[in-house]
Every structure is written in C-alpha cells, then in structure tokens.
Design a protein around this ligand. Structure first.
Ligand SMILES: Cc1cc2nc3c(=O)[nH]c(=O)nc-3n(C[C@H](O)[C@H](O)[C@H](O)COP(=O)(O)OP(=O)(O)OC[C@H]3O[C@@H](n4cnc5c(N)ncnc54)[C@H](O)[C@@H]3O)c2cc1C
Length: 392
C-alpha cells in the first residue's frame, strides 16, 4: 500500500490527509500539539477555496457550515462610504465559516485509514535518491513514499529543504474574536450585516456567521493595525482596541464592547520572504512537498491563506492521488511544484497591494488610497484569484 506522512494537523494537513486516504493511501498524520483543536476564530472562503474543498470531499456537508457573506461595503472611520454595499453581490460571493465547524468536518473526513499521532513534533527530515523520505522527532523515525509538510509558517521541514525562505513579521498585528450569537449587539434598522472600515493604518472587518455556527452562531471580527504586536494581557489589549477604534461606525464599538478578553486571539502577522523556490523535493521512491502556510504564509489582507492550502491539497490529490511510488510519484510531485509555486507568487503579489492599502497613512496617501479603492478592495482583488479550479 502507498504510504504518506502528513506533518501538521491544521487546515492544510487535515484536508490533505483525508484526501489521500480517500484515494487509498495509508496516511500517518503527525501533530506536535497534544490534541487536534481549532482556534476559536473563523475565516472567509473565497470561491476558489470552496471549490477546492468541495472537490476534496464532495460529501463534506459544506453548505451546512459555510454561510454566504454579504457585501457590506467599505467605510472610513468618519462613516463615509468608500465603497457602497452591493446586496446582490459581485458574482463571486465568498462564504464565512467558523473554524470549529471546519475542523470538525475535516476530521470527520479523515476516514479509517488515517492514523493520527499527537504530541509528535517533527524536527528532522532526510531524503536521498536511494531511500524513501524519513521524518523524526529525535526519538522515533517514520518513513513513507510521500511526506507532506503542512506544519505551518515555522515548518521544520521547509527550514531544512528550502532554507532560503524565512518567516518574517509583515509590519502588522491582528486581533480576532467570535462574539457568540446570544451576545451579538442588535443591528440598527437598515444596517448591512458585516463590512469593513479602513482608517489610517487600522482596519476592522466584521463577518456574520450562520445562526448555527459552532452550535451558537455569532459574529466574527478581525482588527488589524500597522505596527508590532502588543505585549500586554488580553484584557489590556482589548481596552486598547476599544480606544483605538472609539467613534468608528457601528458595529465596531458594539462588537468590541461585547467581546470578552478570553475570546481575543492576538497575533503578529507574518509571512514567508521569499517564497521557497520549489514546493517539491524528490526522493526515492517519491519525495516531499510543501503545502499551506509551510509553503506560502502571507498576511491575511485578502483572506486567501487557507483557500490556497485547500487548492494545494486538491492539486496534490489530482496529480499524485493515483500515482505509483517511484518515478511516477516523483514526476507528479514535480508537476505539483510547477503549478503551485507560480500560483502562490501571484496571490502574494496581490496581497502586497492590499498591504499597501491597509498601511496607508498621511493625508496624501489616504486620498490616493480612497480614490483607488474601488479597484483595490479585497472583493475586486480576489475576483481573478477566485477563478481557480482543481486540475483534472
Ligand atoms: C488574522 C488572520 C485572518 C485570516 N483570515 C483568513 C481568511 O479569511 N481566509 C483564508 O483563506 N485564510 C485566512 N487566514 C490564513 C489561514 O488562517 C492560514 O493560511 C491557514 O490556517 C494555514 O493553515 P496550515 O494548516 O497551513 O497551518 P497552521 O494552521 O499553522 O497548522 C500547522 C499545524 O502544524 C502543527 N505543527 C507545526 N510544527 C510542527 C512540527 N514540527 N511537527 C508536527 N506538527 C507541527 C501545528 O501545531 C499546527 O497544527 C488568516 C490568517 C490570519 C492570521
């Protein structure tokens, strides 16, 4: 039987492990944490990410957990519309999903052939023309035809195989939270659910989740500020956010007021610079691939990181799912690299344009940003990226 080791049980690793097992591979899924657990946040799935998920597992029950995302428009902190909401959508409507629901669905899709080992932190990878790739944690070594590095931005495997690519701060900090349905502030009549407000170096996005998201519904929000992450306690950081975003149009203040400190997920926004030159590394009788944030971590401004991880998984499944170990599998992995590296480069380039929009400060820069915004907002920048379909 063909064997694969998938390193990392985040979104990328769970999706890939399930897809390979459904193609008949025996998969060992290694996770350094003591259990597989979703962060208490949510994310946007653009049509490309959703298409990839659906192709990975057509029976995944996706419509039940992905809520359509209304176009809430973009405002300035003084309330003036920069981009008015379009309730009909733009034709490439994204969806929103609570990560708890997404993880549950992906774990349910793992099937009987996936062996999950938690508390296993991979520290070494060995490859060579005459041997199958081997990963180890300093005590145990595991060998397989295919090793999938889905171990996130600090990937130990990428650091060995593509040392040119380094994780670096992108000059932003982000705070996320989900306000559960029973605590969501009521909306004034006529106010569009969700939307985005852009200030000078600050951004606040709110996204309604379905009524049943994570069993209790709610609203997800993500605040971004140019600058370093804060060292203070979550309670102090929440106070700081309430001060920074004071006076911003509804529902910003109400959502921050309704958030509890223990719900706040603060983090530094990081990215890979440069991207790895290759996403596949041949070995006998197959090789190693990079996937998800291990391959292309980028700032979240366009909300494409997880979407790309699902594209990676769907591409790998299409190219290598049926490949026999040996030269055929190695060729399939090289084809994966040739498709995925340029795709990630394109998305990173668009994300950098959006970074400049979020980072704009100073009167002239803001005026230029406001004038350009109808071409530069996430829905417009993501529209061409959303065209992606899995290879046959
Ligand atoms: C604020 C914010 C908002 C975002 N919004 C969106 C959005 O709206 N839409 C979207 O598509 N994307 C979004 N993203 C990006 C998205 O969250 C990531 O791209 C995605 O979660 C990456 O998944 P991953 O599985 O590749 O990596 P990770 O989630 O980092 O998972 C890696 C896993 O590997 C494990 N691991 C790490 N090292 C080892 C090791 N050595 N051995 C074993 N296991 C290991 C980790 O414990 C973890 O479980 C956002 C990101 C941020 C920060």
């Amino acid at each position: 039987m063909r064997t694969a080791v998938v390193v990392g049980a985040g979104l990328a690793g769970l999706a890939t492990a399930g897809a390979l097992s459904r193609c008949g591979w025996h998969v060992v899924l290694l996770e350094r944490a003591e259990r597989v657990a979703a962060p208490p946040t949510a994310l946007v799935l653009w049509p490309n990410g959703r298409r990839a998920l659906e192709s990975l597992d057509p029976d995944g029950g996706w419509p039940a957990i992905i809520a359509p995302l209304p176009d809430g428009g973009v405002r300035r902190p003084d309330g003036q519309w920069l981009v008015t909401p379009r309730p009909g959508g733009t034709g490439s409507a994204p969806g929103a999903v609570h990560l708890q629901d997404l993880y549950d669905a992906l774990v349910a899709g793992l099937g009987d052939l996936v062996e999950i080992r938690t508390g296993f932190a991979v520290t070494t990878i060995r490859t060579g023309p005459a041997r199958r790739p081997v990963v180890g944690d300093g005590r145990t070594e595991i060998e397989a035809d295919l090793v999938v590095a889905a171990d996130g931005i600090d990937s130990a495997i990428r650091r060995t195989l593509a040392p040119e690519s380094l994780a670096a701060g992108s000059g932003f900090a982000a705070w996320q939270a989900v306000v559960p349905g029973y605590r969501v502030p009521s909306r004034p009549p006529g106010e569009v659910a969700g939307g985005e407000t852009l200030g000078a170096g600050y951004r606040f996005v709110s996204i309604p989740l379905g009524d049943r998201a994570a069993g209790r519904g709610g609203v997800y929000w993500v605040a971004t500020a140019a600058g370093a992450p804060r060292p203070e306690s979550p309670a102090t950081q929440l106070d700081l956010l309430r001060r920074w975003f004071a006076g911003w149009p509804s529902p910003v203040g109400d959502l921050l007021a309704a958030t509890h400190p223990e719900e706040l997920v603060p983090q530094e926004v990081r990215e890979l610079r440069p991207l790895p030159r290759a996403y596949a590394f041949p070995s006998g009788p197959g090789g190693v691939v990079l996937l998800g944030d291990a391959a292309q971590a980028m700032p979240h401004h366009l909300g494409q990181g997880a979407c790309l991880a699902f594209e990676d998984a769907a591409t790998l499944r299409s190219l290598a799912g049926q490949a026999a170990p040996g030269a055929t599998l190695t060729a399939a992995l090289e084809a994966y690299s040739r498709l995925r590296q340029p795709r990630a480069t394109t998305v990173v380039r668009q994300t950098r344009r959006m970074s400049a929009v979020v980072q704009a400060r100073g009167r002239l820069a803001l005026r230029a940003r406001d004038a350009a915004l109808s071409h530069l907002r996430p829905r417009i920048l993501s529209a061409p990226l959303s065209q992606w379909s899995p290879p046959d």
